[in-house]
Design a protein around this ligand. Structure first.
Ligand SMILES: *[C@@H]1O[C@H](CO)[C@@H](O)[C@H](O)[C@H]1NC(C)=O
Ligand SMILES: *[C@@H]1O[C@H](CO)[C@@H](O)[C@H](O)[C@H]1NC(C)=O
Ligand SMILES: *[C@@H]1O[C@H](CO)[C@@H](O)[C@H](O)[C@H]1NC(C)=O
Length: 305
């Protein structure tokens, strides 16, 4: 088994084994770390124990076993529950435990948890990710880290097991700030590509021809190049699989809500971010929150002026 005396290898606690987290946890095991995991879903835990991880009964149980903890959770209430709730991490966390939260949540909420951790001499850093499920699987994620320079250097080797670009965004909270800004742009640009493709197809253009032209012209962006939302343009991505898997519209709505809240707090004008938020919120309310966010194309296609 893993020799824990090897300095770079550690016993790591991992909480949140969803679409992203399960792959991230596997990559840590592949790199030689020993893992103890927790998730509310037993099935997800079983998948990981088959892969060599140990299970735990609660976040508190996990925190009693290790001083390195990574959390990857869907939203703010889950993160609160895992850290501050009954049988949460802070019930049992040992002094000098290092917590790395990779979830995308409200900056103020994250800082609040960080402060409560600090009261117990527990480190807490924000390190949200970009790169999607594919990036999680291939260990090519980008991590945007909010930490002091010293803390950044300590946690970087762990993150390098799961990602390719580990960026020090600034102090605590700045990892989240960068992530929220990126996803606001992603939400906006996806709608831009979707409505452009919708108009082009209505004008009689072939979808692959138009996608190829955008791809090599000034309108190009990630959503046009590698994630075109029109089914059949690019194989092997959610839009070509009935918008299953991928990045859920409901989560995009949540991220855009975080951006809107940050924009209000900082008095920054973000009119397109606001429109994009309303768009994804509407799609989610219509019952498509689990669909990949490229579903915005389908929504526009079937909506007549
Ligand atoms: C998960 O497993 C625990 C113990 O093995 C059991 O008590 C619990 O009912 C299970 N939960 C679900 C949702 O299957
Ligand atoms: C756009 O170009 C990339 C390579 O740069 C290629 O992988 C992708 O399939 C192209 N997409 C379209 C829609 O033509
Ligand atoms: C944004 O702020 C509103 C109002 O305070 C709050 O209800 C909502 O949960 C916040 N959004 C997110 C994603 O936290």
């Amino acid at each position: 088994m893993v020799n824990l005396t090897q300095s770079r290898l550690a016993l790591i606690g991992f909480i949140g084994l969803g679409n992203m987290g399960a792959h991230m946890a596997r990559n840590l095991i592949k790199k030689g770390h020993e893992l103890v995991v927790y998730d509310v879903n037993n099935q997800s835990v079983n998948e990981l124990t088959k892969f060599g991880a140990k299970s735990s009964e609660s976040p508190a149980d996990l925190a009693a076993k290790t001083q390195n903890i990574i959390t990857m959770l869907p939203s703010h209430p889950h993160v609160n529950e895992v850290y501050l709730g009954k049988k949460g991490i802070l019930e049992t966390a040992q002094k000098s435990t290092r917590c790395i939260d990779c979830s995308t949540i409200d900056i103020e909420a994250s800082k609040r948890i960080a402060n409560l951790c600090a009261e117990k001499s527990v480190y807490f850093n924000d390190a949200p990710v970009s790169g999607g499920v594919k990036g999680a699987e291939m260990a090519t994620l980008t991590f945007m880290v909010g930490a002091s320079k010293t803390d950044f250097e300590v946690i970087k080797p762990f993150l390098e097991c799961m990602g390719k670009n580990i960026v020090h965004a600034g102090d605590m909270g700045h990892g989240l700030a960068a992530k929220i800004c990126n996803n606001m742009l992603l939400g906006i640009s996806m709608i831009g590509v979707a409505e452009t493709m919708n108009l082009g197809l209505s004008l009689g253009l072939d979808k692959k021809v138009l996608a190829g032209i955008l791809n090599t012209s000034s309108g190009r962006c990630w959503s046009s190049e590698v994630y075109n939302p029109v089914p059949g343009v690019i194989e092997g991505i959610p839009p070509s699989n009935n918008y299953e898997g991928g990045f859920q519209s409901g989560l995009m709505a949540k991220d855009l809500s975080l951006a809107q809240n940050a924009s209000v707090e900082t008095h920054s004008s973000t009119p397109l971010g606001s429109m994009a938020y309303n768009f994804y919120k509407h799609i989610s309310n219509q019952g498509y929150s689990k669909k990949d966010f490229g579903y915005v194309y389908e929504y526009l296609r079937t909506k007549k002026n």
